[in-house]
Design a protein around this ligand. Structure first.
Ligand code: SF4
Length: 509
């Protein structure tokens, strides 16, 4: 894949001609990387759309039974919305097929970078393939199998009749009558290892006799092997790709990417008073921020990772610069830092956070992906995502202390075990707000806060409970409220890229 300069972005996003012959099927194993020229605009938009799609796949996989009608309906509607192939049978979906192909390879580049990323990507891509494969008609399924060199031999009617008792006894869920109706395939054991291990197929002379309805397990197994290997290979060639200065920042942002609103301070400035923060931390902060707030109150100090994460979150919920300075100073001088040291060592970095120093960038709060995927906490740190970075036993104790019911804790720990950290957080939201369905897909701590406030105030904007303490800017309570359903912006590119520079200002621990 090659990339054009973005100079003619608006006029020219599509560079290659029509290459319909590349996509004989709307479903593929993504064996060949795209070779056409592609503009950086298309590169980014394809990648973001696929990321959105995979997030939906993850969410649906936890909220619904895979393959159920609701699962299929919701996934199809998302595929349509994002303009990916939504029905394997659809004719003339060249553009969608092309987007599907290219976007898969872009995310492969972004998600090969660590074990965690690889595992997440693999899981979502497998679920997507499973859904699409099962949507194929029998004849298309056969064509696809041949296309990916998985053309298994269907056994003859005579052989099936001869083996019908064994097939019935060894294949759970099939009556003798159903055995008669089903097509069975003779498959080598290597390809049928999952079915063989779980005793779901009849084995004879080194072959598994697999009913058509189980063929998807084999296809998925095969795909998993291929994609795992491809991800490992891609990771090895990454240094070469990363040396391209146009791609490197894009790829690293994608793996931490957040594609929703940026929760920048302009929208919310002056919406909270300092006196509200203790109460809000219990009622409306996600666990990561609740943990940071408590650590700050307990220790009168936070190390730099915590100050960055929590400071920008507070900025996002509406703390003005003056409030932030007052908030941090009051707390720090209760500990080992005196007022003078605070002014010299910490105030600059807070002003920097608000774009008043250095490059004057108006920094935006961290998304969940950024918190989960980068800068893991060390001993003595309180930043990070508790669902990702806490020991499960400690997490359990913390949830118990927050009066989460035992059944809820079990559900959360199960999600954590499956590495669905944001879904675990959604469950925590549901349990702490007493709702059955969170009704949104959580991607950002400030989104959590905004949704919580909306719920608690019955759909109204954040209410002021107390007087305006030391803050002249709090009059602006007519400002637009944070709205997680607003049109997603492109990722917080400039801010994210420059955050690295900002961290240098936080020299004090
Ligand atoms: Fe915070 Fe996001 Fe983790 Fe929830 S999932 S605790 S909001 S980082």
């Amino acid at each position: 894949m090659e990339f054009s300069s973005s100079r003619n972005r608006q006029r020219q996003t599509r560079l290659a001609g029509d290459r319909r012959e590349l996509y004989p099927h709307s479903l593929q194993f993504y064996l060949e990387p795209p070779t056409e020229n592609i503009s950086l605009v298309e590169f980014e938009s394809f990648a973001i759309d696929r990321l959105k799609l995979l997030k939906v796949v993850e969410n649906l996989g936890v909220s619904y039974v895979r393959g159920s009608e609701s699962y299929k309906t919701k996934l199809e509607s998302e595929l349509r919305k994002l303009k990916f192939p939504y029905k394997a049978l659809a004719e003339d979906d060249y553009e969608a097929r092309r987007k599907d192909h290219i976007s898969h390879f872009i995310l492969r580049l972004a998600y090969c970078q660590s074990e965690d990323l690889r595992r997440w990507f693999l899981q979502q891509e497998m679920d997507l393939l499973r859904y699409r494969f099962n949507e194929l008609t029998e004849s298309l399924r056969q064509k696809f199998l041949e296309h990916v060199n998985l053309s298994f031999e269907a056994i003859s009617e005579d052989l099936k009749n001869e083996l019908s008792n064994e097939l019935h006894a060894s294949t759970p869920g099939l009556t003798v009558a159903k055995v008669k109706e089903q097509m069975f395939y003779k498959v080598g054991l290597v390809d049928a290892v999952d079915l063989f291990r779980t005793r779901r197929v009849f084995i004879k002379d080194g072959f598994a006799y697999v009913p058509l309805k189980e063929i998807d397990a084999i296809v998925l197994n095969n795909y998993r092997t291929k994609l795992s290997k491809a991800l490992a290979l891609t990771a090895r060639s990454l240094p070469c790709v990363q040396s391209d200065e146009r791609l490197q920042p894009l790829l690293s942002r994608l793996s931490h990417s957040y594609v929703g609103p940026d929760y920048s301070v302009q929208k919310n400035t002056g919406k909270v008073s300092l006196e509200q923060i203790d109460t809000l931390s219990v009622k409306s902060f996600p666990l990561c921020m609740r943990q940071l707030h408590k650590a700050l109150r307990d220790n009168h100090h936070l190390r730099h990772g915590g100050r960055m994460q929590y400071g920008l979150f507070l900025k996002g919920i509406g703390l003005t610069l003056e409030q932030a300075l007052e908030f941090w100073k009051k707390e720090f001088i209760r500990g080992k830092v005196d007022a003078d040291k605070f002014d010299k060592g910490y105030a600059y970095s807070i002003r920097h956070n608000y774009g008043k120093e250095g490059k004057r960038t108006d920094y935006t709060p961290y998304s969940c992906m950024k918190i989960i995927m980068s800068n893991p906490p060390s001993q003595g740190d309180y930043h990070g995502c508790p669902f990702r970075h806490s020991d499960p036993e400690l997490l359990k104790q913390k949830l118990q202390s927050y009066k989460i019911p035992p059944s809820g804790i079990t559900q959360i720990l199960e999600l954590v075990k499956g590495m669905h950290y944001q879904l675990a957080c959604q469950k925590y939201f549901e349990l702490t707000h007493d709702v059955d369905d969170i009704g949104f897909s959580l991607n950002h701590p400030n989104q959590y806060f905004a949704e919580s406030q909306r719920l608690l105030s019955g759909g109204r904007e954040l209410k002021k409970e107390l007087s305006n303490s030391g803050n002249s800017q709090q009059k602006s309570n007519t400002q637009e409220s944070m709205n997680s359903n607003s049109t997603p912006t492109s990722s917080n590119t400039t801010a994210d890229a420059e955050l690295e520079g900002l961290e240098a200002y936080f020299t004090e621990d």
